[in-house]
Design a binder for this molecule. Sequence first.
Ligand code: FPP
Length: 237
Amino acid sequence: MFFKKKETVAMVDDRLRHIAFIMDGNGRWAKKRSMPREFGHVNGAKTFKKIIRYCGDKGVKIITVYAFSTENWKRPKNEVDAIMKLLSDYIDDAVASVDENNIQLHFLGDMSIFPENIKAKIENAEKVSADKELVLNIALNYGARAEIAHACEVLIKEGKTNVSEDDVTGALYTAHCQDPDLIVRTGGDLRLSNFLLWQAAYAEFYFTDTLWPDLDEREIDKIIDDFYTRKRRYGGI
Ligand code: FPP
């Protein structure tokens, strides 16, 4: 006789409050299927939703994703448009179901580049989700060096003549949350690509060859298990 094993999700604890993802490999995923790159992004957006849900269910408190860098504008217009449409649709869905998904949305990056209607949509999404629990940071038109330079400008405008690390941390787009404990990059490249340079100071890193649309719950479990084998010493012994 077979008894169906009860599915239980092993929860994370306070050592793993914040996971950041570099969602790389959408284009190659599509190419492998002889499909246009946009098809990869559509499936990347599906994976994004699945991974957010799963990490939230596991008790992760903060999730950050690298959705669009300041360099990504160099891509063909139809690809940029496709990514922006997916983001815009996601914001609409997230706002419409804000009470069920319990997601507190934040956008990291220079939003001034976007047209007024998009800026208003972003502001509204942040406002209506502000009392929700799971913090989701979407890095959009984001570059970490630009973020640090922007933080310096903010501090200069405030009239600061002495600047501490805490001052810089508090002037970054991520001022509302703690640094990532773990940064995961899919797609096989071993680099940060101008993502969270300041915040990554003591993060653990996990690189996988898996292309973003293929990332699944099983691999998240593996990544989390691996994280718990790490000894974080923060410069101590
Ligand atoms: C990198 O893969 C991915 C991007 C630049 C875009 C990420 C966008 C999504 C996952 C979809 C929309 C997101 C949300 C939050 C709804 P790549 O295109 O550089 O892949 P490649 O290295 O294989 O070319």
